[in-house]
Design a binder for this molecule. Structure first.
Ligand SMILES: Nc1ncnc2c1ncn2[C@@H]1O[C@H](COP(=O)(O)OP(=O)(O)OP(=O)(O)O)[C@@H](O)[C@H]1O
Length: 258
């Protein structure tokens, strides 16, 4: 299912945080949203998981205007990993993952055998099955993050929206997660700070700067030394590894700030 921002503007506190954003995530593709701190990435994705309503513009889910859908219907299609995960209660890992099934249930339905198997598969994919009976409050930051991604997968969404999912993850789990996102076959919009991981994983990238989309295309098209200098204000050298652009920092000589 395709996801598309169509001229989306989001105003907060009287300030345009996202400005006329048009960006498409084609069905089954992974699109990375990158940009400096405060450029509006989280605000844009909050509009997709409906924590925020665009001030103007439309978000399309397939051919349907997201704003016209009931919250339950959109929750069946869109799963989100947000920066504020709300894991405040000491549920067990398996209980948290089972919450991913909530949009598919009415009332206090119990999970069926297929759903239990689905939750178990999601926990295995995220390497948290061995933690199933642990309380989530006792987990490390990275373990918690993986539990939340397992919950999102248990939801069986068609569209997955993730805001900095590699936070807290060690490099093995970062790489594992991004390979998983690539191979799930879902429509994925992912906010990433690590441009090297973004280039290696995403089919396309959108670059936000001060709320505006300033570049979009394949990583190869988008990630140039000039763009990184202009948007992020830093100097890098770009090399190609297996055909993928990768950034090497060119830091000033030691002592240059003295
Ligand atoms: N509720 C709010 N009210 C007013 N301003 C807000 C609100 N939420 C975010 N902002 C501001 O909007 C701007 C964009 O914030 P946003 O979190 O979308 O950026 P971001 O690109 O995700 O940043 P980061 O990379 O630091 O996570 C920031 O200047 C932020 O201070």
């Amino acid at each position: 299912m395709r996801l598309a921002f169509d001229e989306v503007t989001a105003v907060l506190d009287g300030r345009e945080i996202v400005r006329r954003l048009s960006l498409e995530v084609p069905s089954g593709q992974v699109v990375g949203l990158v940009g400096p701190n405060g450029s509006g990435k989280s605000t844009a994705v909050r509009c997709v998981y409906r924590a925020l309503r665009p001030t103007t513009g439309t978000i399309w889910l397939g051919r349907t205007d997201l704003a016209s859908m009931s919250r339950k219907d959109s929750a069946r299609s869109v799963a989100a990993l947000t920066q504020h995960n709300g894991l405040d209660l000491d549920f067990t890992v398996e209980e948290v993952v089972a919450l991913g099934r909530a949009p598919h249930h009415t009332g206090n339905q119990r999970l069926g055998a297929r759903e239990r198997a689905l939750c178990h598969t999601a926990m295995e994919r995220l390497d948290v099955a061995h933690l199933a009976t642990r309380g989530v409050l006792s987990l490390s930051g990275g373990e918690r993050q993986r539990v939340l991604i397992a919950r999102a997968l248990a939801q069986e969404p068609q569209v997955l929206v993730l805001d900095e999912p590699t936070n807290h993850l060690d490099i093995r789990h970062q790489a594992g997660l991004l390979v998983l996102l690539r191979d799930l076959g879902l429509t994925v919009l992912v906010v990433l700070h690590d441009l090297n991981l973004a280039a290696a994983t995403c089919d396309r990238l959108g670059v936000l700067s001060e709320g505006r989309l300033v570049a979009s295309g394949t990583p190869h098209e988008v990630l140039t030394e000039a763009l990184v200098r202009e948007v992020f204000g830093t100097t890098v050298t770009i090399v190609h590894h297996r055909g993928v652009p990768q950034l090497l920092h060119s830091l000033p000589e030691r002592g240059s700030l003295r």
